[in-house]
Design a protein. Structure first.
Length: 154
């Protein structure tokens, strides 16, 4: 049987767990990185994106939700057709990049441009001639990337 005492206990427990969650977020260190900071640790992208593609984790754990990264490719570089489980919130911080999401118009991103990529929406990109492209990406879900293979006809 449910009574006011149970309601009060449930409310207090909820408040207690909410406080721990809030405190954990507030204990995170503030940070700031410039894309060319020598302290950034650049690692490989998924193999299908090529050896010249690099990722630096800025905040979070790529295996968990809410991770921020810098994604870097050299100038005149094709980023193959692929998709992600997560939506992507992006800002181009270096270079010029042309992005094409399936069933959408091609967009040219210049330094400082914000772009949103819906989850599971296939896309490809090209870093234009000039300087390397560095893209800040905020992933909502754990980071993944799935290549879309070209179909072959006999």
């Amino acid at each position: 049987m449910f009574n006011i005492s149970n309601l009060i206990v449930m409310t207090l427990i909820t408040m207690l767990f909410s406080t721990f969650s809030f405190a954990e977020e507030n204990n995170a260190a503030a940070l700031a990185y410039k894309y060319d900071n020598s302290e950034l640790q650049w690692g490989p992208c998924p193999a299908f994106l090529g050896e010249e593609c690099k990722i630096a984790v800025l905040h979070g754990d790529p295996a968990k939700k809410n991770t921020d990264v810098f994604f870097k490719v050299p100038a005149e570089y094709d980023i193959p057709h692929h998709w992600h489980t997560s939506a992507e919130r992006m800002v181009l911080v270096s270079g010029t990049m042309t992005v094409k999401y399936d069933n959408h118009n091609e967009e040219v991103l210049t330094t400082g441009t914000y772009a949103y990529g819906p989850s599971k929406h296939p896309h490809r990109a090209y870093c234009e001639k000039g300087e390397a492209c560095v893209l800040f990406i905020a992933f909502e879900e754990p980071i993944d990337a799935f290549e879309i293979m070209k179909s072959t006809q006999d």
